[in-house]
Design a protein around this ligand. Structure first.
Ligand code: URA
Length: 231
């Protein structure tokens, strides 16, 4: 891989800043100063130092991003801004969002380059919980709660798996589901005679949205968070 891409993937800064630093002589490869960002390096065997410090290449990386409304859960799009566009220069070429949130849904989006992790988090067989905050058009009632907790017919071959409902106030609730069908939360509320006005994902498995992030902001997962999602 190119030297500037390698350093970017190590999380050392934006591509343009790294290119400048390489040209300024801050980078060595196997002890020799290299001033060309295009130089190819072997991430497994070359010893690469930035500002005198050895760099450690990470094969897999994970970020949490606070998805704002109006942005789509894709890598690239011809019309809309994507969650990967929000990461700008910090994004490695191999990153993708884990699953989809609707364009108008906000909240926790996991971004990674680890396909096996994404598969495990999304597979219905793994029962990973996804918790959503929902603002409803009408106050939720006991009948709706019972239906959601038992499983509802949203027009698919099978009922939805039992969900958990936590009422915050009449119209504000959290719904926890273990599947990820298309528009699932909105369709579940529509099936019980209600309507979702606002939707935000708060949690995937043990990983909670960091509410100190600004909408559109992102950060690497901490060591503890990374452990919790691989567990
Ligand atoms: N369910 C929905 O209806 N929309 C989302 O974005 C996520 C879950």
């Amino acid at each position: 891989m190119r030297l500037d891409r390698f350093l970017c993937d190590c999380g050392l800064g934006t591509r343009s800043r790294i290119k400048k630093d390489i040209r300024a002589g801050l980078v060595t490869v196997n002890g020799a100063c290299v001033k060309s960002p295009e130089q190819h390096v072997n991430e497994n065997s070359d010893r690469i130092c930035y500002n005198g410090q050895p760099c450690r290449y990470e094969k897999y990386v994970c970020y949490m991003l606070y998805k704002p409304a109006g942005v789509i859960s894709a890598v690239k799009d011809r019309h809309d801004k994507t969650v990967i566009d929000l990461m700008g220069d910090a994004a490695r070429d191999d990153l993708f969002p884990v699953g989809r949130l609707d364009k108008d849904t906000e909240g926790l989006m996991l971004i990674t380059n680890d396909g096996a992790l994404a598969h495990d988090l999304l597979s219905p067989a793994k029962h990973v919980e996804k918790e959503y905050e929902c603002l409803l058009a009408c106050p939720i009632d006991e009948r709706q709660i019972n239906q959601l907790e038992q499983g509802v017919d949203i027009g698919d071959k099978t009922l939805t798996k039992p969900a958990k409902v936590r009422v915050i106030d009449g119209q504000k609730i959290t719904l926890t589901i273990t599947e990820g069908r298309f528009h699932q939360v909105k369709r579940m509320f529509s099936a019980v005679g209600n309507e979702v006005l606002y939707l935000k994902r708060l949690r995937m498995g043990a990983l909670m949205l960091d509410e100190t992030l600004e909408k559109g902001g992102f950060r690497r997962l901490t060591g503890e968070e990374t452990e919790s999602i691989y567990r």
